[in-house]
Ligand binder design. Sequence first.
Ligand code: SF4
Length: 77
Amino acid sequence: METCTPARDTAATFVYVSLDTYACNGCAGCAELCPEVFRMDETGDKAELLDGCVPLTPDLAEAIKMCAQQCIELEPC
Ligand code: SF4
């Protein structure tokens, strides 16, 4: 499991993002809303993560909320 480097931004809450690629339907909504965390894989059929431990931004929260497959999860990191 990855750990994040502390104190990149002490005001931000950092979260570990995980993705259920089996459930992902490739709609690309997360990559469009939050390209600093998600991108589509080389086939364009599944989302993938750029970095597991990231700041919890409004864009990330929105991407999680709009994912129809509910395949994005967060844990503290
Ligand atoms: S929003 Fe959800 S279903 Fe759509 S590509 Fe992202 S992870 Fe997959």
